[in-house]
Design a protein around this ligand. Sequence first.
Ligand code: AMP
Ligand code: GLY
Length: 430
Amino acid sequence: MNILIIGSGGREHAFAWKIKQSPLCNQLFVAPGNAGTASLAGNAPIPVDDFPQLAAFSIENKIDLIVIGPEVPLVKGLRDYFESRAELKSIPIVGPGKEGAQLEGSKDFSKQFMLRHGVPTAQARTFHANETAEAIAFLKTVKPPFVLKADGLAAGKGVIITSDRIEAEQSIREMLEEKKFGDASSRVLIEEFLDGIELSVFVLTDGNDYVILPEAKDYKRIGEGDTGPNTGGMGAVSPVVFADADFMKKVEEQVIKPTVAGLKKENIDYKGFIFIGLMNVGGAPFVIEYNARMGDPETEAVLPRIKSDIVELLLATAKGELKGKEIAIEKDYAVTVVMVSGGYPDSYPKGKVMKGLNTSSGATVFHAGTKSKDGQVITDGGRVLAITGRGKSLEEAKQQAYQTISGISWEDVYFRKDIGVDLQKIESNS
Ligand code: AMP
Ligand code: GLY
């Protein structure tokens, strides 16, 4: 089978790595890919939202399965584009169409969806661009901390949490009146604050049936001890110690089943991943958000723990044949640490020559923002590498990741040294 992965991050390198292990995979391509995917697959220099070029490439290379990595091509309707053209519509695709991708593309849509289907979530009210006064009046009735969310895609920056009422009011004005996040903030949600511990659960569904992937915890803030600005993700750990069988049963019954049934009931043909961002509030799961894709860097910790042939599961998903399929999961731990360019998530330089990549051993090195130039690998983004250590314990996996990191460097490299430490504290207290 010829397979095309769309995207260029650590997530897509991890997909390529796992897909390549399948005997079902013949030729593998990544569009546009990075220096890491180039060592496993053919990189096609096509932007993720250039649908006509992706279509031409798929026909030319006889693609039998497409896996969509990031949210932008999902929300822009890559699936819908392929389905609208006779010569493309038979290609199986993992990733929902535009309608299903609204679960991620519009926080207002996903909130209403959760409420319609009884999925536990924070209370919220949505305000439109001409409703600044109403939004500020409503804020006066709410206790801090205040949670404000831009409705649309804002590259992980659209959520503001503050206990400062003046700052919250100012943020509402900036979002609704000054369009701080462009069209994404033409609607704003004011949401109840949930006090708990976060984790992410991943589901692969064909619209009728589903399999549950290993859960993970990610580390969003740039600084150690979860301080400083939000990033795309600085690390991930799987499994998550507090997600025991009892908690996961609640997630399946209260969240996963009503979500999949809700999509079906609303005639949304959903074939792909659902990433469920959850808050564990005193043992009860509440949904913070849905994403219509896998997480990055969570994928780099989750896929290595799957024993099953991932291509078999992806193909069954895309073809609506998941019924009866099972997923086998390793009992081990995976710890992923992201190495970033100094300055990230603000501005950072690119083009730094990376050292130690060829001699690294132990952990698996997934590339994110990298490219090859004149026979060298150079940095080409904020998040540059995702290093996944494995082990029988969290400590062993963590040590393997940090050991490998110690052999890799470039000018002004930065990474968090405390990935997994909070979970180890919970582990030792339980
Ligand atoms: P989101 O983009 O919706 O995932 O939100 C980004 C982050 O904000 C989440 O990962 C949480 O850490 C935090 N967050 C979002 N909604 C809430 C909430 N209702 N209560 C507490 N924290 C939240
Ligand atoms: N790591 C969070 C995300 O992929 O959205």
